[in-house]
Design a protein around this ligand. Sequence first.
Ligand code: SAH
Length: 285
Amino acid sequence: MSKPPLHPQLQTEGQPQTPGTVYLVGAGPGAADLLTLRALKLLAQADVVFHDALIDPAILDYAPRAQRIAVGKRCGRHSTAQRFINKQLIAAAARYPVVVRLKGGDPMLFGRAQEEIAALDAAGVPYAVVPGITAALAASAELGVSLTQRGVARNVVLTTPRVGVDEPAGEWAAGIDAGNTVVVYMGMGKAPEVVEQLLARGVTGHTPVVVIENATLPTCRETWCTVASLVAVAQQALTGPALIIIGRVLEQARTQAAELDQAHGLGVLSSRVGTTRLAPIRKTR
Ligand code: SAH
């Protein structure tokens, strides 16, 4: 099999050709100090980092030796096709010992990791996965709300209304149930469909909802509403990646948010900006 060509940005002159390993590394939800130690160590050793476009530059600074290549949806005008990324990973591993594929949150959740693993396997390239903190868990910490509060919810559904070309629409919502906590990734553009599915599966219109943007970052924003008002809320401009969380576990926190709003004279749809509760840890370097 002939080797695929290298990404045009990848400099190879004078580089030793050592077959390497591809590490699919979770970058966490945003804040640089929520990386795992394993991720940090790999970034320090990385020869090449292929990263999602949303990754904070502060995280990339932990990879001082690496060539950095932005791939993924928000890079440029259109998505770098998945097959192209797969080829680049294989080509880079043929030449560099430590190739890092850095993905937001956890690489195995809504991150197309399986396609990359399958391609690496097929090409005989060794790989390893390093987990990261997924957005749902970051949001839970940010809100101070346990997604599995005792006596209220035992199950958490992580889902997205984004379906692939050959997947049946609607099936994404099969796990939704009034007794579960539901966390919707990439759902803001499809709020009417999300609400329709929630109602169809027995979740009432007055169930509390929070939309949380940029969880763990100083630009974090929480907007509290209900299933009935979610579509209106989704029409507001987003400031960054956002999750929709639905469920009774939010009840207590919603009351607190409403009291805070009253104290500040805000409207019914409460919105808190820049309220990250996760104290950033100062960089020591
Ligand atoms: N692998 C990632 C998810 C990738 S899908 C993970 O485990 O978190 C991208 C979606 O994740 C975004 O559209 C948004 O719904 C969610 N997301 C990622 N980072 C977020 C953040 N800091 N705050 C809120 N939502 C976030």
